[in-house]
Ligand binder design. Sequence first.
Ligand SMILES: *Cc1c(COP(=O)(O)O)cnc(C)c1O
Length: 441
Amino acid sequence: MSIRNGKTAGKGSAGKKQIAARPFHYRGRELACDGISLEALAAEYGTPLYVYSAEQIRYRFGLFQQALAGREATVCYAVKANSSLAILRLLAEMGAGFDIVSGGELERVRRANKAALKRVVFSGAGKLVWEIDAALKAGILMFNVESEGELEVLAERAEALGIRARFALRVNPDVFAETHPYISTGLGEHKFGVAIGKARAIYRKTLRSKWLDAAGVSVHIGSQIRSVEPFAAALKRVVALVAELRSDGHMIRTVDAGGGLGVDYEETIGAGTFDPAREVAAYAAALDEAAGELNARLLVEPGRFIVAQAGGLLTRVSFVKKNGEKTFVIADAAMNDLIRPALYQAHHEILPVVKGRGATAPVDVVGPVCESGDFFAHDREMTRVKADELLLVLDAGAYGMSQSSNYNTRVRPAEVLVDGSEARLIRRRETLKELMAGEIL
Ligand SMILES: *Cc1c(COP(=O)(O)O)cnc(C)c1O
């Protein structure tokens, strides 16, 4: 099933034309994604519906590749941001590596593109034995190890399977990155990684191990970080550690600077203030400076920056109601489809698919789930919204579908990928039967 926009322009045109920071734009009064009508998509596939632009995803990924082209580097897309198989395949075809945090994500990479397994780095503070085994057998590039206990288990499993394990200790550089506390990870108080001051002693214990290959060092300081200084500060500390480790006899070949580069969720479409190319260039320049004469492969693990603004959540308004002074717009999408507002007090711009006219007034845009946390916006100024009309929640491509749930026994949304002049269903809407399939009466 697919929808075409009738134009012949299509795939492969990405490098030439000017690409806006988001694929959504008004054509006359109607909102489209890379020229494909959102009304048409909603009519074909129903709502709530995630809509992504392949062009925007390729563009964003390409920015990292180009910005780091001056040194040996691999861009390992963080799968948890959006783990759709179709998106993983698209990125793998561009040469992406992948940052995974579970055996499930490993399986996704395998299904999307087997050849990409050798470019996988495995992060996460609580890896299970079956996950370690699967990753060893898959021949992944690197285990980003987060504790001494994990290192011991990794050595045991490597020996049991007869496969030498390349690892990087994830160090905690104690750098403060200003972001929401739930997505800040680089401080001494967090559960992630090991304190950088303890790293050298831990590496030293592996020097004579036949089964552990201390091939790298990794760091990840958090997510939605809007300034480049914390990344540079963290990397500088890692580079200093690398020198010490090499003097101890470790053959460090990779340095993983993690992910976390943020986007502008406040800006609306067409404002033109957020320039992804400029952001990535500044990020890469800061890393490049901090890395200096590193003489190692640099890995970066961007997730959000690549997919967040490439996607939106299309939802139809069920009802508009007034309670006292307040107006509530009740959408058919809910917190189970996109939990970011409830979980992180995240801001998402919301646009009417048919441009409104007249004065604006404040409304709360909410879902039907039985929680006061089920909202997309509070006191948002919008032109008059009516029942049955379509709204687009912007910048929902990252940590949207991948954090969705079946809360309130709601089936998860369908997903569509717009690629050039064509829109393709990449995940059909779940059915109630599938949703209850594992239950036993
Ligand atoms: C979540 C995560 C990322 C990606 O973070 P973004 O903010 O989406 O870029 C990268 N590396 C690790 C270890 C992560 O946990």
